[in-house]
Design a protein around this ligand. Sequence first.
Ligand code: APR
Length: 255
Amino acid sequence: MSEKQIQEAARLIVDSPSTVALTGAGISTESGIPDFRGPDGLWTKVDPMKFASVDAFLSDPKAWWETAVQIAPTLLDAKPNAAHKGLAKLEKMGLLQCIITQNVDGLHQRSGSQHVLEVHGNLVNAVCIVCNDRVGRQYIERKIKKKQLPPTCPTCGGILKLDAVLFGEALPQDVYRQAVTVAGNCRLMIVVGSSLTVYPAASLPSIATQTGARLIIVNQEQTPFDAEADLVFHSIAGATLTTIVEAVHALRGKR
Ligand code: APR
């Protein structure tokens, strides 16, 4: 990443009256959580349709939960990294209005970000596939401790599913509608750590640029939207965001 690019990113951020970040799994790899399609991604090892599809869940909810119980600690014990903290700092400075995340790890909230739209749900709650009732993490942990898998709904006895969106499931419509609105109203979108290949989330950068927003992409590998972006950083998110936020601080100090 060149000094010129960093300064240009800082200027875009300081001058933007409304900025939104769109994040993907790549912002959490430096917290020890593998991404999906990067060189070492989860989907290069596991067939997503075997684990992350709603059909796989419904065909064997017990096996699905046993796998989820193995994977969950990596996500739930992970700590926010410099990239999450950089976005939280921009929000504190009043220079980032909202984070739209495809991640379910909750690391943006744990780094202090207040305005987070989880368009693919989260791992904190579980939802009953029969009556749609939601339960919190404590209830789930009690069921896991008693080896009662799949956990059942306290209201109707139906099977519970973690609140993360699986392939074949609709996104939480109210959350996604808010994401489309903020993307359409922003003047700058900063994409961090996403291959921008999974829709409808991947349509958000175009929704932003079609209404005149500038676009910054921070992603180790190329994305299909690089040509549309004003600035592209094919670099590590933690170091890149730390450097950009430092340049924003310096630029603001001068004005
Ligand atoms: N810094 C910058 N970029 C990184 C880093 C890093 N430290 N680590 C990984 N990346 C990049 C990878 O090169 C990859 O291009 O982040 C991108 C992550 O892309 P994906 O693994 O496809 O993740 P994501 O875009 O979030 O996937 C979208 O697909 O499987 C579904 O529901 C799942 O929300 C997920 C959705």
